[in-house]
Design a protein around this ligand. Structure first.
Ligand code: NAP
Length: 385
């Protein structure tokens, strides 16, 4: 018998429901997934017996406590998370990669040498991502322990009693028996239930993200994930978690690129040894709610100029900008040539002047602004530091 997950029901419902009038169209923040990708529950989870990564070669790097791991012939830098978990500094983004193309993208990425995949419950494509990983394991290209998988708890699962269920839906869809890194997708909670996207304040829930995080600590205790962390948390919110947690958040995944430098947040995370992952490192030009005529960091003349000087592409410069500052990057692409291009960033580095010049482009420009929950008490971006 095929069982539907809450997410399947959501996807079905989204295909059939009329768009909320207030939004004048479907919620723009998350593109509707394509039809014909029904989901089935994966077998019950088992305990994590994850062996650890091998083949690491310590080399010099511009950031401290970073080593390199040779993967598919590509020397990808690694940072150590709390507890010694090794985190490849170049990952592969999967947001808004349609279910019918994401599998090929992930397979191409693994062949190219990516060993870190960034997923989330509300990308609505975890089954296809998981299948691609399984294919590569079956082919003998990788073992499960060679690839670092991040996923995220969606905001309708913030109540402590719902956390494990939200986690398990991702785990089952990915077809895995443990997750390497599990993040709270964002601090605001929404009412539990099938309506995953708020259309007004009555859909908000006031669950404290500290309580959500404490429930996630139990998943580590149970061996279901190796590390836990946060996404879209501002300095004050991160500080509250740090003050109240038993297991330190290993990572804060936030939007970062030269148009949104967030130096105060970056410095705070570094001072607390919380690793930063830069999402939308290329400025998310293909997202479905990109504004016509918006300033694109990928096309900024300064970026183009620096790229020309190094004989690299603008995307490679933007990715290197983070790596040279000790920040993890997770570019998304479904285009094979770009997937490979985005990994070819280890044969050059930017000068201190390049980094300063890129940083001076800051215009506090959020491409992913979570404006659908601006009035939530835990909305994180009121102080765009
Ligand atoms: P991004 O990686 O900044 O940009 C992706 C876009 O750039 C796609 O349209 C892609 O096109 C294009 N692109 C990729 N490589 C390129 C290249 N070398 N040259 C020119 N264009 C290129 O955007 P993102 O998807 O917003 O962010 C990356 C990942 O971060 C996501 O996929 C997701 O995993 C994560 N994320 C997390 C959050 C969060 O709230 N935690 C929010 C947003 C994103 P094609 O695909 O057509 O090649």
């Amino acid at each position: 018998m095929q069982l539907q997950t809450a997410r399947d029901k959501n996807r079905d419902r989204r295909f059939h429901m009329n768009p909320p009038p207030a939004l004048n169209g479907p919620p723009p923040f998350y593109k509707l997934a394509s039809k014909g990708c029904e989901r089935q529950r994966s077998p019950v989870t088992r305990r994590c017996t994850a062996p650890r990564r091998v083949a690491e070669v310590l080399l010099t790097c511009q950031t401290e406590s970073v080593s390199f791991s040779t993967m598919a012939g590509v020397a990808v830098p690694i940072v150590e998370l709390t507890g010694g978990v090794k985190f490849p500094m170049i990952g592969f983004g999967t947001w808004q990669s349609a279910p019918d193309v994401v599998g090929n993208a992930v397979r191409t990425a693994i062949d190219a040498g990516y060993r870190h995949i960034d997923c989330a419950w509300n990308y609505f494509n975890e089954k296809e991502v998981g299948q691609a990983i399984k294919d590569k394991i079956a082919e003998g290209k990788i073992k499960r322990e060679d690839v670092f998988i991040t996923t995220k708890l969606w905001c309708t699962y913030h109540r402590p009693e719902d956390v494990k269920r939200g986690f398990q839906e991702s785990l089952n869809d990915l077809g895995l028996d443990y997750i390497d890194l599990f993040l709270i997708h964002g601090p605001p909670a929404f009412k539990p239930g099938p309506k995953w996207f708020p259309t007004d304040d009555s859909d908000f829930d006031d669950t404290d993200y500290v309580d959500t995080f404490k429930a996630m600590e139990s998943l580590v205790d149970e061996g279901l994930c190796r590390a836990i962390g946060l996404s879209n948390f501002n300095t004050q919110q991160l500080e509250r978690v740090l003050q109240n947690c038993r297991i330190k958040p290993a990572v804060n995944q936030v939007e970062l690129h030269p148009y949104l430098v967030q130096q105060k947040l970056v410095d705070y995370c570094k001072s607390k040894n919380v690793v930063i992952t830069a999402y939308s490192p290329l400025g998310s030009p293909g997202r479905d709610f990109a504004q016509p005529g918006e300033a694109r960091v990928l096309e900024d003349p300064v970026v183009l100029d620096i790229a020309k000087n190094h004989g690299k592409t603008p995307a490679q410069v933007l990715l290197r900008y983070h790596l040279d500052r000790g920040i993890v990057v997770i570019p998304k692409s479904v285009t094979p040539s770009r997937i490979k291009e985005n990994l070819q960033v280890l044969d050059f580095s930017l000068t201190a002047d390049d980094i300063k010049t890129l940083g001076s482009l800051d215009r506090k420009n959020r491409y992913v602004d979570w404006s659908f929950c601006k009035t939530h008490k835990y909305f994180p971006f009121n102080d765009s530091a």
